[in-house]
Design a protein around this ligand. Structure first.
Ligand SMILES: Nc1nc2c(ncn2[C@@H]2O[C@H](COP(=O)(O)OP(=O)(O)OP(=O)(O)O)[C@@H](O)[C@H]2O)c(=O)[nH]1
Ligand SMILES: [Mg+2]
Length: 326
C-alpha cells in the first residue's frame, strides 16, 4: 500500500464527486430557469456523467489499493523464537475450533502438507527438527470465505521468515534477511518476541533494550517505506506476539521485583512495561496495534505431555487481524 498514492487518489475522487454535484446543480438551475433546451445544458450533463464515472473508477482503484485481494502477513523475529510452531498450531487449530472455521481454508498442497507434517511432529511429542532456512521462508496460503464483502481481502499469505541461529540473540537479523524488501512490502506485521530470552536475560539489561532497538528501527523503516505521514495514524495492523507464554507460569521462572517473584499476569504487565516505548511508538503510527501473549504448545515439556498440545491464545492474533480488516 502506498499511502501517498492512496491519498492522491482519494483527493481526486472527492474533487470529481464535488464537481459532479456542482455540474448537476448548475444544470438543474439552468433547466428550471430557461424554458427551452439549451446546448450548454447538454455539455453540463455530459460533464456530470464524465466526472461521476471518474469518481467511480477512482473509488474502485482506492478499494484495490487499500485492501488488496491477497493480504500478506509477515511473521518476523529472532531465530528460535517459536514462529514456526506458532504458525503450525495456529492454522491447525483455527481450522477446527472456532467460528472462523467456515471462513478459513488452507490453500494448496504445499501449505497443507507442511502443516500436516509439522503438526504431526508436535503431536508425537517432538519439536520441529529444522529451523526455517533464512534463504527459504515458508508462505502459508489461506483462503477466507467472505463472499458478500468486496471490501476485504479474500486470501492471506502468512510468511514465516526464518532467521539464522545466532549464538548471541542480541544480533539484529532484520537487516540481514535477503527478503528484507519483501518483508517491508507486507500488509500486516506480526513481530514475534521470545519470552524465554526476555525472562532468561531479565537482569542483564541487554536483550530487551537491544530487541526494542531493532524493533524500533524496523518499524521506522516500515513507516518510511510506506511513506506514512509522521503526524497521522494509519491502518496497518501491527501486533507484538510474545511467544512461549507458558513460561510465565512456570515455577522455575526467576523474575524478581522488590524481593518478590513475579508470576503470570503480574509478570505479563511487567514485560509490557519493559516494552512501553515500542508499544507507544506503534500506537502513534497505527490505529491497529495489539500485544498478544501466546503459548503454542501450552507446556514446556512437550515430550512428557505425550504430545498433547494445549495452546493458549494461539489463534487470537490472526482473529484480530481478520476483525480489524473486516
Ligand atoms: N515453552 C515453549 N517453547 C516453545 C514454544 N514454541 C516453540 N518453543 C521452543 O522454541 C523452539 C523453536 O521453535 P521454532 O518454532 O522452530 O522457532 P522459529 O522461530 O521458527 O525459529 P527459526 O526457524 O530458526 O526462525 C522449539 O524447538 C521449542 O524448543 C512454546 O509455545 N512454548
Ligand atoms: Mg522456523
Amino acid at each position: 500500500m502506498n499511502y501517498v498514492k492512496l491519498n492522491i487518489i482519494i483527493t481526486i475522487k472527492w474533487i470529481a464527486c464535488i464537481l459532479t454535484l456542482v455540474l448537476i446543480v448548475i444544470a438543474l438551475i439552468l433547466w428550471v430557469s430557461t424554458s427551452y433546451y439549451e446546448r450548454t445544458l447538454n455539455y453540463l450533463i455530459i460533464g456530470a456523467f464524465a466526472t461521476m464515472i471518474l469518481a467511480l473508477l477512482l473509488m474502485r482503484i482506492e478499494m484495490r489499493i487499500a485492501t488488496p485481494p491477497t493480504l500478506r502477513i509477515a511473521l518476523i523475529g529472532y531465530s528460535r523464537t517459536g514462529k514456526t510452531v506458532f504458525t503450525t498450531v495456529l492454522l491447525s487449530t483455527l481450522k477446527t475450533t472456532s467460528n472462523h472455521t467456515k471462513r478459513i481454508k488452507t490453500r494448496g498442497k504445499e501449505t497443507r502438507e507442511k502443516l500436516g507434517e509439522d503438526y504431526k511432529e508436535l503431536e508425537s511429542g517432538n519439536w520441529l527438527q529444522n529451523p526455517t532456512p533464512e534463504e527459504n521462508p515458508f508462505t502459508y496460503c489461506v483462503d477466507i470465505n467472505r463472499p458478500r464483502s468486496i471490501y476485504v481481502a479474500r486470501s492471506l499469505e502468512i510468511t514465516d521468515y526464518g532467521g539464522p541461529i545466532y549464538p548471541n540473540p542480541l544480533h539484529n537479523h532484520y537487516h540481514m534477511s535477503p527478503f528484507y524488501s519483501d518483508i517491508l512490502r507486507s500488509h500486516v506485521f506480526l513481530l514475534a518476541i521470545d519470552l524465554d530470552n526476555v525472562i532468561k536475560m531479565w537482569n542483564e539489561n541487554a536483550f530487551v533494550p537491544e530487541i526494542k532497538k531493532s524493533l524500533n528501527t524496523f518499524l521506522e523503516e516500515v513507516f518510511e517505506h510506506k511513506k506514512l505521514p509522521r503526524n497521522k495514524r494509519m491502518g496497518i495492523p501491527i501486533a507484538i506476539v510474545f511467544l512461549k507464554s507458558d513460561l510465565l507460569i512456570n515455577p522455575n521462572t526467576n523474575v524478581e521485583k522488590d524481593g518478590r517473584l513475579l508470576y503470570g499476569l503480574e509478570l505479563e504487565n511487567e514485560i509490557l512495561r519493559k516494552f512501553d516505548e515500542t508499544i507507544r511508538s506503534c500506537k502513534n503510527h497505527t490505529m491497529h496495534f495489539k500485544c498478544f501473549f501466546v503459548s503454542s504448545t501450552g507446556r514446556v515439556d512437550i515430550e512428557n505431555a505425550n504430545g498433547r498440545i494445549e495452546a493458549d491464545s494461539v489463534t487470537e492474533p490472526l482473529k484480530w487481524v481478520m476483525d480489524v480488516l473486516r
